[in-house]
Design a protein around this ligand. Structure first.
Ligand code: TRP
Length: 327
């Protein structure tokens, strides 16, 4: 019996932060280690071309993201781990899918509307066609389950539409893909705790996995807690949630009780949390540095991943080519 295929990707647009970690990466590592799935994890560098990074930044960030995912527990022996642009099937299937996709469906995508609003000066066609490439990423490996966040559900529905449009025109080939929605904590910004933690808000809003203890401490010191509203304040809830994820149960229970009794000291909460986060990623920081000082080794891991991915991708593309009538 073959195992269900799981595939997911991440754009190399910034260092991993605790929001990405708790929202996606940690879950990938658990799925990988369960041994129940055939896993594909890739760095969506082609998707990142729709954004505003310079070439230099992008090149650097692809390596950092690769090193960070490996340091966070993605194991190339268990997961096919690669960089999207190293497997040419993605762009080829993307083109075929372009020709079966309705423009009006792309224009409906919330993320397209959001992103265009954020980069008014660079509303490139790639922003619009972005979800077609995403569909290609998934269907190229006959992905069955995709662990993603709520914000990507619409793209996954479109993936299924695209698969169906292709099947209707060329014969049934692609099967349906399902989202894998795990219960994941929603981590909020440190400085604006009503917004989701995101690097685009600014450095002070996020804790990166690579941050040294002093940096974590300094960022947490500035984190918004209760201004007026008292303990229900979203900033406090966010810090308690992080404490739950990263510290011992005892510590979390103590601060939660203090909060209920109105005796909580935010300074102490922040110190405890900074310590817990820093400790949780000690090993991560070490491994990350190792991968980044040995770029050859890193590239070798990625090349091997791309080679395995390409084997599967080439088979799919041979079939697709036959179905659409090209050589
Ligand atoms: N669009 C995803 C994001 O921004 C990244 C991505 C690209 C992806 N291709 C994918 C995720 C395929 C899952 C499957 O988070």
């Amino acid at each position: 019996m073959s195992k269900p295929v799981i595939i997911s990707g991440i754009q190399p647009t910034g260092n991993l932060h605790i929001g990405n970690y708790l929202g996606a990466v940690k879950n990938w590592v658990e799925l990988q280690n369960s041994g129940k799935y055939e896993m594909y994890i890739f760095i969506a560098d082609l998707h990142s071309l729709t954004g505003t990074q310079t070439a230099e930044e992008r090149g650097k960030q692809i390596k950092i993201t690769a090193a960070e995912l490996l340091a966070a527990g993605i194991d190339p022996k268990k997961t096919t781990f690669f960089v999207q642009s190293e497997v040419d099937g993605h762009t080829e299937l993307n083109w075929v899918f372009n020709t079966v996709t309705h423009v009006a469906e792309l224009e409906r995508m919330t993320q397209f509307k959001d992103k265009s609003a954020h980069q008014e000066k660079n509303i490139n066609a790639g922003l619009l066609t972005y979800p077609i490439l995403q569909a290609a990423d998934i269907l190229l490996y006959k992905g069955e389950m995709v662990p993603i966040g709520q914000d990507q559900i619409q793209h996954l529905e479109l993936t299924n539409d695209i698969g169906r449009w292709f099947n209707n025109r060329y014969g049934v080939f692609f099967s349906e893909v399902k989202p894998l929605l795990t219960k994941i904590p929603k981590v909020m910004s440190l400085l604006e705790p009503t917004k989701k933690m995101s690097k685009s808000l600014g450095q002070g809003h996020v804790v990166e996995l690579a941050d040294e203890s002093e940096v974590i401490e300094a960022k947490l010191k500035k984190a918004v807690t209760a201004t007026e509203g008292g303990a229900d304040a979203p900033g406090v809830q966010n810090l308690l949630l992080l404490l739950k994820e990263f510290s011992d149960a005892k510590v979390h229970t103590k601060f939660t009780e203090d909060e209920k009794n109105g005796t909580i000291r935010y300074g102490d909460l922040k110190t405890a949390l900074a310590e817990a986060i820093s400790k949780a990623f000690t090993d991560f920081r070490k491994k990350r540095a190792e991968y980044l000082t040995d770029e050859k080794k890193l590239q070798k891991v990625l090349d091997q991943g791309a080679k395995s991915a390409k084997k599967v991708a080439d088979q799919t593309m041979a079939e697709v080519r036959r179905l659409v009538g090209i050589k």
